[in-house]
Design a protein around this ligand. Structure first.
Ligand code: UT7
Length: 333
């Protein structure tokens, strides 16, 4: 991060929303050949929430999470300058952030979507902080929301057991204090591995006498789980170490490690590599599975609600996923 920061950026509020329908590992075994034992020991997941209510979309969850974050601090939505919705499963390919803007009454906010899969929230948070550091905007709503249950192949046991649907939101505000503020970030992309995790678009040639008309549709999630696992366990610790050492902090200074909730074994392996005690890992994976862009703000909201994080604590947030992309944010709470 360059040192032209003029304003600090801090998270002043959090919110989250989950769908009503809970699906346990036992219930998953009625859909594909699997077991609670396999899922729990390989991933740490016990159950997940799926967006099954008729007429309810990922935008509705994103709106609910946003309203919670706004109401929690009795904020006037008209003071929000920007809304960033990190999602890879919008209900409108042109973007859903403007729906949030409308429904929460953020009449003065610019709104756009950001597509970066499971790294989406971290990249959204960093994007928001850039607008704040330069003094462009003061109040920014960052939402991570995904409903990957709509995009999994329900006959593929290696992926359908992993994902759940949820939304999480934070309000980032400019500040001059060292507390509760973003201290540093680090982002990376390895596009040469993009095939490891994707929802690709497939074209079909439409018959026409003179023109080649191509229209198609998106396929299901495809993932090379082993390779994504190896990438996460090798690259995320490097990103965290760099992000900390750039500001003269070490892993010993870390109070809380909040990683993208993809797999409990990944959380443990990353903490072990960094010599961070497992007591410092924030995890809610057992209840929700991998909720993609929502996983970090959902876990952050729960940690804040349960008063886990104290003022002055050093919180390390790291996301990773399709792209492949990964990134770290270091904050002083
Ligand atoms: O959010 C984006 C980032 N995503 C990730 O970070 C995911 C990273 N990858 C992972 O978390 C793990 O690779 C998985 C949880 C996806 C898979 O765990 P694994 O230990 O790598 O299992 P595997 O793919 O090597 O499969 C081992 C065995 C296979 O059987 P054989 O070939 O050994 O006979 C699979 O067919 O487990 C089988 N298997 C299952 N068995 C029961 C795969 N899925 C299941 C299942 N139930 N659901």
């Amino acid at each position: 991060m360059k040192s032209y920061m003029m304003q600090g950026a801090k998270i002043i509020s959090t919110g989250s929303a989950i769908p009503f329908a809970k699906v346990t590992n036992e219930q998953m075994s009625s859909i594909v050949e699997t077991s609670d034992e396999w899922i729990f020991t390989r991933t740490g997941i016990k159950e997940r929430r799926l967006l099954t209510e008729s007429g309810k979309s990922i935008s509705d969850l994103a709106i609910d999470a946003s309203i919670k974050a706004i109401d929690d601090i009795s904020m006037d939505p008209a003071t929000i300058d920007l809304i960033i919705l990190a999602t890879s499963s919008p209900d409108d390919l042109f973007g859903s952030a403007s729906k949030i803007q409308d429904k929460i009454g953020a009449i003065n906010a610019v709104a756009f979507d950001l597509t970066a899969a499971c790294s989406g929230f971290v990249i959204g948070l960093i994007t928001a902080s850039q607008f704040i550091f330069t003094g462009t905007y003061k109040n920014i709503l960052v939402v991570g929301a995904d409903a990957l249950s709509k995009w999994v192949d329900w006959s593929d046991r290696s992926t359908c057991i992993l994902f759940g649907d949820a939304a999480g939101a934070v309000i980032v505000q400019s500040c001059n204090s060292v507390f509760n503020s973003i201290l540093n970030f680090h982002l990376s992309t390895a596009g040469n591995y993009s095939d490891y995790l994707s929802i690709s678009y497939e074209e079909n040639l439409q018959p026409h006498p003179t023109l080649n008309l191509c229209q198609g549709s998106f396929k299901y999630i495809s993932m090379n789980g082993k390779e994504v696992y190896k990438f996460a366990v090798s690259q995320v610790p490097l990103s965290i170490t760099k992000c900390l050492s750039d500001i003269n902090l070490s892993t010993e200074d870390v109070d809380w490690l909040l990683l993208h909730q993809a797999n409990e074994r990944i959380l443990m392996a990353v903490a072990e590599k960094l010599c961070i005690s497992k007591d410092k890992i924030i995890s809610n994976l057992s209840k929700y599975g991998n909720t993609s862009a929502a996983s970090i703000p959902l876990a952050l909201h729960e940690a804040v609600q349960s008063n886990k994080i104290y003022r002055n604590d050093i919180l390390v947030i790291a996301g990773f996923g399709a792209g492949l992309t990964w990134g770290t944010v270091v904050m002083r709470w």
